[in-house]
Ligand binder design. Structure first.
Ligand SMILES: NC(=O)c1ccc[n+]([C@@H]2O[C@H](COP(=O)([O-])OP(=O)(O)OC[C@H]3O[C@@H](n4cnc5c(N)ncnc54)[C@H](OP(=O)(O)O)[C@@H]3O)[C@@H](O)[C@H]2O)c1
Length: 324
């Protein structure tokens, strides 16, 4: 264990005052890694002070994360499960009202946990029940009935199987649809946010509705099939990093933190895990923030895999309701 683990600041979710460490550790790996590698990375991360972990049924990291948590408890790296904030996500083929509860129960079994802190609808689209596949075949997409699926998510929270519920990859318009029937509003919308896709409109909309945005692809998810190098190769970010004696990832993560949103970052490399924690004892200047504000905007994670001529969203314009 690190002798002096980092204490990560917390944000409060609207749901019951639940506290969430602002910086979370991503566990989606592209290409996928052996479960043992993911488990070791999580254990190292806990030793360094990470307490918020993001997984999904899709990632195949629920089991290694659960094993790492059990081992961390055994080793005394953490005193109790309550010290952690654990998020997982409902996959498209389970986004049917009758399947939500059993999907969450399966996730909890994989994690060997009694409850999640946050359960998210992974994408705003369904796929045929019982066919677990990625990428989803174009003919297998089906519309999701937001009203009944969200009601099933609410039931999961009422049953105490998750402390909070939310969505991921939802546009303002799709969020409005969920909000129009929700009795428990979504606590979170997890979406791509980084200096080249700043999501100002969506963040404003979410703040106005008490929804916390959590950023994924904070470094542009470079090196993955869905990511971009435009963040890491931005001359503006490189210049700021050089002038401040920081790295481009630290500038990106600090910038996201200063937006008042949650931020995820994935590194399975111990030195880079440590580096990514070095964002809390300095701040960007007004001029630096302005320069970042002028970076030309474009979405990296376009979500083509979730569009289909047979499905509810035939184009990426329809998937994001023109927020491109
Ligand atoms: N809801 C969704 O649809 C969705 C979509 C995408 C991601 N996510 C979640 O968000 C998490 C983070 O997003 P992401 O993994 O896509 O992208 P990311 O965090 O922007 O980038 C991850 C990449 O950056 C590298 N990296 C991390 N820190 C670094 C540093 N300091 N210096 C140099 N390289 C560094 C990692 O490699 P190394 O491991 O080798 O360091 C990895 O290749 C995911 O793991 C997942 O949990 C959610």
């Amino acid at each position: 264990m690190d002798t002096n683990p980092c204490k990560i600041p917390e944000l409060t979710l609207t749901s019951g005052g639940l506290k969430m460490p602002v910086l979370g550790f991503g566990t989606a790996s592209d290409p996928p890694v052996q479960p043992e590698t993911a488990k070791r990375a999580v254990l190292e991360a806990i030793g360094l002070g990470y307490r918020h972990f993001d997984t999904a049924a899709l990632y195949f990291t629920e089991e290694p994360l659960g094993e790492a948590i059990a081992e961390a408890l055994g080793l005394g790296l953490i005193g109790s499960r309550e010290e952690l904030f654990i998020t997982s996500k409902l996959w498209c083929s389970d986004a049917h009202d009758k399947l939500v509860l059993s999907a969450l129960q399966r996730t909890l079994k994989n994690l060997k946990l009694e409850y999640l802190d946050l359960y998210l609808i992974h994408w705003p689209v369904g796929s045929k029940a019982g066919i677990y596949e990625y990428p989803i075949k174009k003919e297998d997409f089906v519309p999701m009935d937001y009203k009944s699926v969200w009601a099933a998510m609410e039931e999961c929270q009422r049953l105490g199987l998750t402390k909070a519920i939310g969505v991921s990859n939802f546009s303002c318009q799709k969020l409005s649809q969920v909000l129009s029937t929700a009795t428990i509003p979504p606590s979170v919308n997890q979406v791509e946010v980084n200096p080249v896709w700043q999501q100002k409109k969506l963040i404003e909309f979410c703040k106005g509705n008490g929804i916390l945005v959590i950023s994924y692809a904070a470094l542009g998810a470079f090196g993955t099939f869905y990511g971009t190098n435009r963040v890491m190769e931005s001359e503006v970010l490189k210049e700021i990093a050089k002038a401040r004696g920081k790295t481009v990832p630290q500038v990106c993560l600090r910038w996201a933190y200063e937006q008042g949103i949650g931020v995820l970052v994935k590194s399975f490399n111990k030195e880079r895990m440590k580096q990514n924690l070095g964002i809390f004892n300095w701040e960007l200047t007004k001029e630096e923030r302005e320069k970042i504000g002028e970076i030309p905007q474009s979405r990296a994670c376009l979500g083509h895999d979730y569009t289909s001529v047979h499905g509810p969203f035939k184009t990426i314009e329809e998937l994001w309701d023109g927020e491109l």
